[in-house]
Write a protein that binds this ligand. Sequence first.
Ligand code: NAP
Ligand code: GDD
Length: 354
Amino acid sequence: MKKTLITGVNGQDGSYLSEFLLAKGYEVYGIVRRSSTFNRWRIDHLHRHLFDRHKNFHLEYGDLTDSSSLMRIMKKVMPDEIYNLGAQSHVQVSFETPEYSADVDGLGALRLIEAMRILGLDKTAKFFQASTSEMFGKVVETPQNEDTPFYPRSPYGVAKLYAHWIVKNYREAYGLFGVNGILFNHESPRRGENFVTKKISQGLVRVKLGLQNTVKLGNLEAKRDWGYAKEYMEAVWLMMQQEQPDDYIIATGENHSVREFIEEVCRNLDISLIWQGSGREEKGIDAKTKKVIIELDDHYLRPAEVDTLKGDSSKAKKILNWQPKVTFKELVRIMVGYDLKSIQHSGDKEFLID
Ligand code: NAP
Ligand code: GDD
């Protein structure tokens, strides 16, 4: 049985990857941080204390800023595959916490691969780094592929670029099997609540159910290449099964604006939305109730914005035989469907795992 170690196991991607690997027969070890309130709803179904606990799923306390904890866990587990999904992953928050974001998102990866080297795991184990399309930032060409130059636009993007290059460096210097998956935005019902897709889906569902008046947003014109997180985790695993380590773009090749995302959510909720006003005074109105349901709030504008991202994943298609199946419209339908169900069931996420 193969052993795997996952950082960020209780995050969106960590939860899907854990399910995927358990189904493949792996023994999964995940690293979690102590927090004053429990934040494990995405993995509770794998790690219940009161009911059946999955016999091959284990959690260890650690932190990407704490080398000793990473070393201890790695020595205990001696994994075959390590997936570094842990990060302070919110771009806007990285402007508020730049040093911390650099520590976790940049140096965190270095701490893991150094621990591998010290324990001799660089000779036996494989390492995956969750790189990001944010590294392309102010894009120099469209669509972006593995050879497109980077131009990060946030402390998060800069920190992730360090991690990306240090993995490449260890590959060249020490022969580490280190893979960078350059993942474009991927979403799901399990997406964190302050990322724009989830904020819109959940917010407009609450508006529809009369639980909230409006959704306040920043820049509606930004365009993202949004895919479905669950199928991106299969691509991540496939990269780790290759003979040679390499870097791969994972994307849908299609992009849409935040405004289009709002409109598609409204279509799913049978809300006829009309836009009124211009500039930062623009508002989204529900034509039936005449109520303002979308407002602009400068609080959500970033000091530097990434205007557009669109990925070319033809290398992944050719080498990994991977391509996305879930379309933009299907993704919105999945997210809205889940939010309707979970909010109507008073947010009882544990029993509504998608
Ligand atoms: P997420 O839901 O925000 O999950 C992040 C995970 O990292 C959480 O489990 C979090 O634990 C953990 N974490 C944060 N700080 C940590 C620390 N100091 N030490 C250990 N763990 C820490 O993110 P995601 O969407 O699943 O993304 C997974 C990875 O892919 C991240 O590295 C992200 O930057 C990268 N990525 C994501 C996307 C995307 O569109 N989703 C695209 C490109 C790259 P807590 O719950 O305790 O905070
Ligand atoms: N979060 C948020 N909240 N974003 C908003 C809002 C708002 O109220 N209003 C507009 N936006 C815009 C942002 O300015 C950005 O242009 C876009 O919506 C997407 O924002 P996020 O959903 O926060 O995602 P992101 O693209 O900044 O970052 C995500 O994708 C990266 C990959 O490109 C994160 O998952 C990163 O961890 C990931 O690396």
